[in-house]
Design a protein around this ligand. Structure first.
Ligand code: ADP
Ligand code: MG
Length: 276
């Protein structure tokens, strides 16, 4: 649980969200609140509606009922201009990266700047190169094409593009899916590093237990059309709830938990380097 001195700002809120595809009810009253500067995760079984929920958060889809508010903007009846303005305030790392194959990595990262900022080409390239370095990629990668990159490098490049407009809110859809364990660990560290950026709020969808234990402040469990529980991983791990327990059973889940607990024990012996 977060012990905030003053109640933090809510940057994203869903209330009573219902989503139907024909007769199929995917969400049946989803309520959730994401606070400023936290790393918030949504977990749930396959088909529980995580991706659909994300699409509703980033204004790619409207719910059948209920309200969605992002960065103070109510998404119901929002004008096209307001959607464009809002999209510049958040970044999205899509599951499959979504980089343009015909553009170099540096051109991909600079694209949002060319679309939305009045900047000279050298200024765009300089800022894009800065973001490339910030996600841990060598400058030489900038002149490569997406097809030449490994999965981990692709995620990093796509993350650099998602960050280039200095968003207030960052959405990550399965940021470690399909990566080898070492690349996945690199992404864990990168996401953790992002929390140093003051005020940046991160919402992620993942089933990666390591990532959840290592970086998520709070986790919402989506099942049977609703958020069944919300809390820190350590709190969820102790819940008897039938929708929550499956995530903490099995050798992989327990290994991730054991590793997180070992690290917490080690950190508590070091002088405090805890980010605020
Ligand atoms: P998750 O990401 O948790 O695996 P999704 O949000 O992708 O789940 O999908 C939830 C349910 O909604 C699934 O049963 C899926 O088939 C259905 N669904 C998602 N998008 C559509 C769509 N555009 N049309 C019809 N059904 C859809
Ligand atoms: Mg999905």
């Amino acid at each position: 649980m977060t012990q905030a001195k003053e109640s933090p700002k809510t940057v994203l809120a869903m209330k009573g969200v219902v989503t139907r595809f024909g007769d199929h009810v995917v969400h049946n009253g989803v309520d959730l609140e994401v606070r400023q500067a936290e790393i918030f995760a949504v977990i749930g079984g396959s088909g529980s509606g995580k991706s659909t929920l994300l699409r509703e958060m980033i204004v790619l889809q409207l719910p059948s009922e209920g309200s969605v508010k992002v960065l103070g903007v109510d998404l119901a009846h929002i004008s096209d201009d307001a959607v464009l303005a809002l999209r510049q305030r958040f970044g999205v790392l899509f599951q499959h990266g979504g980089l343009f194959g015909a553009l170099t990595v540096l051109e991909n990262i600079g694209l949002p700047l060319r679309e939305h900022r009045q900047m000279t080409d050298p200024a765009v390239d300089a800022l894009a190169a800065q973001k490339l370095a910030a996600v841990g990629l060598d400058a030489a990668v900038g002149s490569q094409y997406p097809s030449e990159l490994s999965g981990g490098m692709l995620k990093r490049a796509a993350l650099a593009r998602a960050l280039v407009l200095e968003p207030e809110l960052l959405f990550l859809d399965e940021p470690t899916a399909g990566l080898d364990p070492q690349s996945a660990e690199g992404i864990d560290a990168l996401v953790l590093g992002l929390r140093q950026q003051s005020g940046l709020t991160i919402v992620m969808i993942t089933h990666d237990m390591d990532l959840l234990w290592q970086v998520a402040d709070r986790v919402a469990v989506l099942a049977d059309g609703k958020v069944q529980a919300v809390g820190a991983m350590a709190a969820l791990a102790t819940m008897e709830h039938p929708a929550v327990q499956p995530f903490f059973k099995g050798p992989r889940a327990r290994a991730a938990q054991a590793q997180a607990e070992t690290q917490v024990a080690a950190q508590s012996k070091e002088p405090s380097s805890k980010p605020k």
